[in-house]
Write a protein that binds this ligand. Structure first.
Ligand code: SF4
Length: 245
């Protein structure tokens, strides 16, 4: 199976699940028209993942970095969101080859780059305007044995999270399943470099509009209690679980 990396001609290629134009649905830039590049592959397998179709590192279509940057030119909006899957790592768990080059090409073309990551690895030298980190908490752990063990080993690496926070302009987004999630989030934040409260967002765990609306009151109460921001999920509200929007 071909993975991300160098082609026989020496050019770097990235496996891409989809490229599409939509509104940024989450975080402090929510509502901004953006081009989304969804890279293929994620080792975490979160229980409530809403992009399971992007888990396979060999899935999607391989693009050379220059080809991918050209795809983005179809739309004129300034914001480009690189997401996944997990965009920071490749199948070998090391930094994903080609990602630094891709961010530099996009920045050189005047785009503002957001990277959506779980923060499981530190990658230096990215031309990234906003590192949008969603650390995975215990509410994301899958139930199956081996998968759960791998997930627990990979998630919540304090060193990687700290280096991302110190190296990039960042926001932290936490998925809330129930009010019981708060002590774990507070504990993690206490172990990381400080992040302003208005860059810490709590988001309802939801893959459909109905789930979003059902959990919104829980998250509202937690935000009022803590001073963190309510992180709504505009794409879920507008399109529920539709793909590519
Ligand atoms: S890190 Fe993101 S893409 Fe990967 S399994 Fe978890 S929610 Fe899905």
């Amino acid at each position: 199976m071909m993975m991300d990396g160098e082609t026989t001609s020496g050019e770097t290629q990235l496996h891409v699940t989809e490229v599409f134009h939509s509104l940024q649905g989450e975080g402090i830039r929510s509502g901004e028209p953006s081009v989304f590049i969804r890279l293929a592959g994620c080792p975490l397998r979160c229980r409530w993942c809403d992009t399971k179709y992007a888990w396979d590192f060999g899935g999607g279509t391989p693009y050379r970095v220059t080809e991918l940057a050209r795809q983005v030119e179809r739309w004129s909006c300034r914001s480009v969101v690189i997401t996944g899957g997990e965009p920071l790592v490749g199948a070998d768990g090391a930094p994903r080859l080609g990602l630094v080059d891709l961010t530099r090409e996009l920045a050189a073309a005047g785009r503002q780059v957001t990277i959506e990551t779980s923060g499981l690895h530190f990658v230096p030298d990215l031309a990234c305007d906003l590192m949008s980190i969603s650390p995975k908490m215990s509410n994301s752990t899958p139930s199956q044995g081996d998968v759960a063990v791998r997930h627990e080993k990979a998630r919540g690496d304090r060193k990687a999270l700290a280096r991302l926070i110190e190296s990039y302009r960042c926001q932290l987004k936490f998925v809330i399943d129930s009010p019981d999630d708060l002590p774990e989030i507070r504990k993690l934040l206490g172990e990381l470099p400080p992040v302003d409260d208005d860059r810490i967002l709590l988001m309802p765990q939801a893959t459909t509009r109905e789930e979003l609306l059902a959990r919104a009151p829980i998250v509202t109460d937690l935000c009022l209690e803590t001073g963190y921001r309510f992180g709504h999920r505009l794409h879920v509200l507008l399109w529920s679980d539709r793909r590519g929007v």
